[in-house]
Structures are given as C-alpha cells and as structure tokens.
Write a protein that binds this ligand. Structure first.
Ligand SMILES: [Zn+2]
Ligand SMILES: [Zn+2]
Length: 351
C-alpha cells in the first residue's frame, strides 16, 4: 500500500510500504478513506522532536473495516469508523474511569509516531496511508452514523476531543470568560467546545490574522497576541479570565495563559510541547490560587458525546477544513501547513 513516510525534517514522501495485517485477535484492519495532518505531526516535520525516521505518519483516520480478528465483537467488515488517535482497551481500571489515555494495556501508544512513542503495543502504523492495523479495535474504533460524513469524522479522531478535553478541564461555568491561546485547528476546536459550556465570552488569541478571522466566525472575540493581556483585563473588570486554555504547546503561550487567568482561575493545557520541560512561574501561580490542568485527551471517552453533538448539528467542525487533497500530495500538504501558507487551517488527505 501507499503511506506517508517520515524521512527527516521537511522531508515526507508518499511511497510503497508493507501492507498491514492482523496480529492479534482483537485487531481490525481499516481501509482509510480520509486522514488529517495534525499540528503535532509538524513537531516531527519541523525537526522539533528528535525522532528515528522511516515510519508512516498520521493519527487521525476515518475508514471502512476491511477485516476483524476473532476477538472483535462489536465491529464487522464494511462498518464505517473513526479510529481514535490513542488506542485503548476499554476494560482496564483507567478506561472504566473515563481515562483511556492512561490505558494500562497500551501505555499511551499513538498511531503514526513510529517506534518513538510505541507504548506497550509496539510501533503502530500511521493513517496518512491506505490502511492501518488497529489494536483493541472494539474500543479504539467508533462506528459512525450516516449523518457524520468522512470530512467531519476526521475531527473526532483527535482534535475535537482534544479541544473538548481542554474546555472540560477548564471547568467552565455559565457566564465565565474563557481565553484561548492559539487559533490553530486545535485552538479552534477548543473555541467550539468552550461554547458548549455557556461562557459569557470566549476570547481567542493568535498572531495570524486569518486564524483570528476563523475564530471570529466561530463566535469568539478574536485578539492579536500583543493586545491580548490588556483586552482580557478590560473585558473582566481587571480580574483576568476565569479559564484560560493553552492550545499552542510553547512556553510563551503557556506563560501568557498563566498570566491571563484571574485569581482562583483555571489554566488548562492541551498544546503538545516539543521541549521536555519549561519554566513554570510557580510563585505567581501559588499566590494567585491557580488550578493547573494538563494532559493527553481522553479521546475514546469523548467520541460518543461529540459524535452525538455532530449528528444533531450542534457542533460542526467542517468550516475548519481549508484543504482536501489526494494522499499522493501529502508532502505538499505538510509544506503548506508548516509554512502557514494559503490561509491553511485543517488539511485532509484522501487516499
Ligand atoms: Zn493530532
Ligand atoms: Zn484500558
């Protein structure tokens, strides 16, 4: 089959790779019909994470079940599914408590990260390809209703549950002011998700005008990064935001999110950090009585509720799609996304 192989920074190529095959009875094979390029893929592409090349990229896939192992109960050939970026068993201590990203059986393995983040499952294939082997398929795949098309469903694999997780961790109450740092696709998913909790205002912060425009269209007050600290104070009688959400994954955005929260407020972090550590203004956070939340989203746990919201039209992430291109053009998709060219937001690939 064809897959998007990572060769090194700024070098991805669609080429022939081995066809995936079932390995254990709880596996399924999924023929991919749509895949996303994620902001976290850019960490590899831009060389921010030192990583062993030679693996197929992609952890946001939608497709059709091609084959199931004997231990798969809830899926059959021909089912249309979204594949969670982070596989999980659905049965262990963590999965039963709604924390599948801590699944005891997988160790936070993620599709399309090569051997680098293999967890307990060994290296998983990538989904910017024609097919993928899905372990623990019963819980890792979610069968899609007809009302959710492939383009919309890609968002369920990772970034919509991630944005939702950020909003949930923010503990947003009706009437709150929520400030979201970063208006890339994940930040925009956080804007949509935050609005589900009834805030008085969502302030979206970025430095790229077309991204701010996208946030504005979703109903946020969009502000340039430079002006954000003052605007947030102005909109909250000088208190700061009740909830801030960091959706970038760098120190300056994180610091801005901490500084913009009001005393007793909550800082919720969903950005994926390339650096292993950072300077945390601990004395400031202590004095301000801040609640700090961070984590890999519990994707599988949130797919059913988000799918339901999409099914009824209460949430529609499709306006975030800026490019749909053939799988063969993946290198071009990466280049456009990385360079923020062409008003790029979400890039989807069509095998
Ligand atoms: Zn992703
Ligand atoms: Zn589990």
């Amino acid at each position: 089959m064809k897959g998007t192989v990572f060769h090194g920074p700024h070098d991805v190529r669609v080429e022939r790779v081995d066809d995936p095959a079932l390995k254990t009875p709880t596996d399924a094979l999924v023929r991919i019909t749509r895949a996303g390029i994620c902001g976290s893929d850019l960490h590899f592409y831009e060389g921010a994470l030192p990583i062993v090349p030679g693996f197929v990229l992609g952890h946001e896939g939608v497709g059709v079940i091609e084959e199931v192992g004997a231990g798969v109960d809830r899926l059959k050939k021909g089912d249309r599914v979204v594949v969670s970026a982070v596989p999980a068993c659905g049965r262990c201590y963590f999965c039963r408590r709604g924390q599948p990203s801590q699944c005891a059986e997988t160790g936070s393995a993620t599709f399309g990260y090569g051997a680098n983040f293999a967890g307990k499952l060994g290296s998983l294939g990538g989904e910017q390809s024609e097919a993928v082997r899905v372990p623990m398929a019963d819980y890792t795949c979610y069968r899609l209703p007809d009302a959710i098309d492939d383009d919309a469903a890609v968002f369920l694999a990772d970034i919509l549950p991630t944005g939702f997780f950020g909003a949930l961790n923010g503990n947003i109450r009706p009437g709150d002011t929520v400030a979201i740092f970063g208006c890339g696709p994940v930040g925009l998913c956080a804007v949509m998700s935050a609005k589900l909790f009834g805030p008085a205002e969502v302030i979206a912060v970025d430095s790229i005008p077309y991204r701010l425009e996208a946030a504005r269209k979703l109903g946020a007050l969009a502000v340039d990064t430079e002006k954000a600290p003052q605007t947030i104070l102005d909109r909250t009688q000088g208190r700061g935001a009740d909830v801030t959400i960091e959706a970038v994954g760098n120190e300056s955005a994180l610091t801005a999110a901490i500084m913009a929260a009001r005393g007793g407020g909550t800082v919720s972090v969903i950005g994926v950090f390339g650096a292993p550590s950072f300077n945390f203004p601990i004395g400031y956070a202590f004095a301000r009585d801040l609640t700090f939340r961070i984590g890999l989203a519990n994707i599988n746990a949130h797919i059913p509720e988000l799918a339901r919201l999409m099914e009824t039209g209460a949430i529609d992430p499709r306006p975030l799609i800026s490019h749909v291109m053939p799988l063969g053009d993946a290198a071009k998709g990466y280049e456009i996304f990385s360079a923020r060219k062409d008003n790029v937001l979400k890039v989807l690939l069509k095998p």
